[in-house]
Each structure stands twice: as structure tokens, then as C-alpha cells.
Design a protein around this ligand. Structure first.
Ligand SMILES: Cc1cc2nc3c(=O)[nH]c(=O)nc-3n(C[C@H](O)[C@H](O)[C@H](O)COP(=O)(O)OP(=O)(O)OC[C@H]3O[C@@H](n4cnc5c(N)ncnc54)[C@H](O)[C@@H]3O)c2cc1C
Length: 378
């Protein structure tokens, strides 16, 4: 009989695992708390030979390449809109950049025929024994599975139930992030603009749809509502803020990283942000897809789940940690805490992105993404 796997979370990691596992004879159920796929967020990127190999072997490359953003440079501007420095397209967008919503769609379309998707529900309890895992849900009837995968993001329910409470595993880096879509008021085409003031920054980027832009807010937390936190900011910000109120796709979270002591507990294993996330800047999406490829490969070739989980962890844990390392710089990079720190950042990046150093800079960003030796799975 096919082994049954319950995957919690239909973000990136969960559907990526379902794409692979469904085709190898597993019976896969994906439960997502939201009532439908969550397509929010900025563009996400893939870079370096490991990402490209995995996308090709998973049969995703063509579908993603068709929807690539073709994003240009990211320009940092002052209050009058003058460009202070420019990051090259490959820095922000890697080799293949795609809107997060498009990636969610591609993964779902590719896995929906071989996996059962249940929306608007969540795991309520997990009890495992030598032969399987008994799971109760908030809405659906209880079921028993061979294995459970926690792919339910930074605030994973599976991690809380099987590993312990969140504060043991999630470390806040001191900034938060929010994203939402709005009309393309600034007329951007294949480029993004960044404006920073102490402790807050606004990033506006074009999307594949010329009528639309995506906004990312980066900020040091306070008790004020999000709208108030950005009130009084210069540049074009007053024109953008009204769209925050009505945003139907608002995504907001702290910039945090997850560190667990071992990625599995018996028949339960963590995948993606739940196990080694870093919100933004930690290449969470690339790591999640590579890790899904490895976990599926190990489960397909190894009947003993404990051995499969151990090999998955041995391949992925160090790689994920290397990618996470850059995440703690993201908040201070976009929203330095003082005017002096903003001036220092601007001076440093003007030098780093100057012609002689540009190549070195680009190679640095791709190296963590490729720092893993992948087994060959048939
Ligand atoms: C709406 C949204 C927007 C994002 N925007 C960005 C962005 O702009 N830039 C960026 O770098 N990263 C963004 N991320 C995070 C990024 O997707 C991840 O870092 C990365 O892709 C790894 O994916 P993941 O599947 O592990 O986590 P996620 O993409 O966070 O997916 C986790 C999924 O689990 C679901 N879930 C949570 N709790 C439960 C539960 N109890 N039961 C069932 N399902 C549950 C969530 O609704 C979500 O669909 C965003 C995530 C989300 C959910």
C-alpha cells in the first residue's frame, strides 16, 4: 500500500514536495489554513547552478522561465527622487526571478492531480506511535498517516506541536516587513525604487502586470499601527499609503530566523521556513525548493523514514544555515536606524557597485545558494 504523507502548508515548500512525491507513488495530502492559495509577496529568485539543476530536474524550469519578471535594477533614491546608488538586476533578482504568486500557482498546478489539497483547515493535534501518526484537524475528521511534514512557515503549527513552543526556535532580527500590491502610480517598468529614512524603508517594484506595482515596507517594530508607522515619510510615500488600508493581499511578519535542534521528531519532519526560515534575504524560497527535492528523493529511495530523514538533514541543514546568514543584514540594509547609518550604507554601496567591484559582488550573492552537494535521484 502507498505510504501516506500529510503536508501542513501550501506555500512554497509544501507544494514543491507534493510535486515530487505524488509522482513516486506516495499518497499525499496537503492541508492549508488559508481558504485559498496565498499569492501575496514580492518577487522571489533562484540563482546559481544548484537552483537551476533542481528546477530542471523537477520539470519546473520552463513554466517558471515563461513567467520570469525580467526585472531590471533596484535604484535607491533620496527624498527628491534622485538616484543615490543602483543595485544590478542579478543582485536582487538572481538568474531567474518570478513573482511569488506565480511560483505558488505553478507548484500547485503541477501537484494538484497527484495530491489531495484541503484548504481552510489546520492540524489540531498530533500523536505518533511506532506505526503511524494520528492527526486531528480543526474542521475535518481525524485521520492516520504514515508521516507528517511541517511546511507551514515561520510560525509552524507542526513545529509547535511536535518540537515545542515557537520562542525556543524563532529569533527576531529586529526589523519587520510587509508587502502589498497597488496600482503602478509611479509608472515603473522593469525596475524598483527604494527610499529609506531612519528605521523605515519603502521599496516599490514593477510587476509582470504593467498596471500593478508591489510595495515592500521594512521597519523597526513599534506599537503603532502600520499606517501610522509610515506617516510623515518623504518622497512619494504619502501617495502610496492609502493603498495599504484596502490591500487584500497584505503580508506582514517579523524578519526572524528559525533554528531547530534536529529537523525531525520520529515520524514528523520540518521543511522550508518551518525548519530553517529567514523571512526575507535568507533565500528561503530557493532553499525550500532544493530541500523539497532532497526530502522527496530520500523518501522515494529509502523505505525506512528515519534513515531518509537523517540523510535529508545531513544534506540540507548546513546549506540552509549558510543561506540564512545573510538575512540578519536585510533589515538594517533597507532601513538603517539613523541618518548617519543611511549615509554610510549609501557610500559603501556606491563603491561596491562601481564597475571594478560589480562582478565580485554578484559572485558573492550566488555562492551560498550553490554551497551544497546534491545526491542524484532517479
Ligand atoms: C503570503 C506570503 C507572502 C510572502 N512574501 C514574501 C516576500 O515578499 N519575500 C520573501 O522573501 N518571502 C516571502 N514569504 C516567505 C516565503 O514564501 C518563504 O520564505 C519561502 O518561500 C519558504 O516557503 P515555505 O513554504 O516554507 O513558507 P511560506 O511560503 O510562508 O508558506 C507557509 C504556508 O503554510 C500555511 N500555514 C501556516 N500555518 C498553517 C497551519 N497551522 N496549517 C496549515 N497551513 C498553515 C501558510 O498559510 C502558508 O501558505 C511570504 C510568505 C507568505 C505566506
Amino acid at each position: 500500500m502507498a505510504r501516506s504523507i500529510l503536508v501542513s502548508g501550501a506555500g512554497i515548500a509544501g507544494p514543491a514536495l507534493a510535486c515530487r512525491l505524488g509522482r513516486t507513488g506516495f499518497s499525499v495530502t496537503v492541508v492549508e489554513r488559508a481558504p485559498a492559495l496565498r499569492r501575496g509577496g514580492q518577487a522571489v529568485d533562484f540563482r546559481g547552478p544548484v537552483h537551476m539543476r533542481v528546477l530542471r530536474e523537477m520539470g519546473l524550469f520552463e513554466a517558471l522561465a515563461e513567467r520570469r519578471t525580467h526585472m531590471g535594477a533596484l535604484q535607491f533614491v533620496d527624498a527628491r527622487g534622485r538616484v543615490v546608488f543602483t543595485l544590478p538586476p542579478s543582485f536582487a533578482g538572481g538568474e531567474l526571478e518570478i513573482e511569488r504568486g506565480d511560483l505558488v500557482d505553478v507548484l500547485f498546478q503541477k501537484s494538484r492531480d497527484s495530491a489531495e489539497y484541503v484548504f481552510g483547515d489546520s492540524i489540531a493535534s498530533i500523536a505518533q506511535d511506532g506505526g503511524g501518526v494520528d492527526v486531528t484537524f480543526e474542521r475535518e475528521r481525524p485521520r492516520r498517516f504514515d508521516l507528517v511534514v511541517g511546511a507551514d512557515g515561520l510560525h509552524s503549527r507542526v513545529r509547535a506541536l511536535a518540537f515545542g513552543e515557537e520562542r525556543r526556535y524563532v529569533r527576531h532580527h529586529g526589523h519587520s516587513v510587509a508587502t502589498f500590491r497597488m496600482p503602478n502610480l509611479l509608472g515603473l517598468e522593469r525596475r524598483g525604487l527604494v527610499y529609506s529614512e531612519p528605521g523605515r524603508a519603502v521599496v516599490v517594484s514593477s510587476t509582470r502586470n504593467v498596471e500593478e506595482a508591489v510595495v515592500m515596507l521594512v521597519f523597526t517594530p513599534s506599537n503603532e499601527p502600520l499606517r501610522t508607522r509610515f506617516t510623515g515619510m518623504g518622497w512619494e510615500v504619502p501617495r502610496l499609503l492609502p493603498y495599504l488600508d484596502g490591500a487584500s493581499d497584505l503580508y506582514t511578519d517579523t524578519i526572524s530566523r528559525v533554528d531547530v535542534d534536529g529537523l525531525s521528531r520520529g515520524r514528523v519532519v520540518l521543511l522550508g521556513d518551518a525548519g530553517y526560515g529567514a523571512t526575507i534575504g535568507g533565500q528561503g524560497t530557493g532553499v525550500a525548493v532544493v530541500a523539497a527535492y532532497v526530502l522527496a528523493g530520500e523518501l522515494a529511495r529509502e523505505a525506512d523514514h528515519a534513515r531518509a530523514f537523517a540523510r535529508y538533514e545531513a544534506t540540507i541543514a548546513g546549506y540552509a544555515r549558510g543561506c540564512q546568514a545573510t538575512a540578519r543584514h536585510m533589515g538594517p540594509f533597507f532601513a538603517p536606524r539613523s541618518r548617519a547609518a543611511i549615509a554610510l550604507r549609501n557610500a559603501m554601496y556606491r563603491a561596491l557597485t562601481s564597475r571594478p567591484l560589480a562582478g565580485v559582488f554578484e559572485r558573492m550573492t550566488a555562492s551560498a545558494a550553490s554551497d551544497v552537494t546534491l545526491p542524484t535521484y532517479v
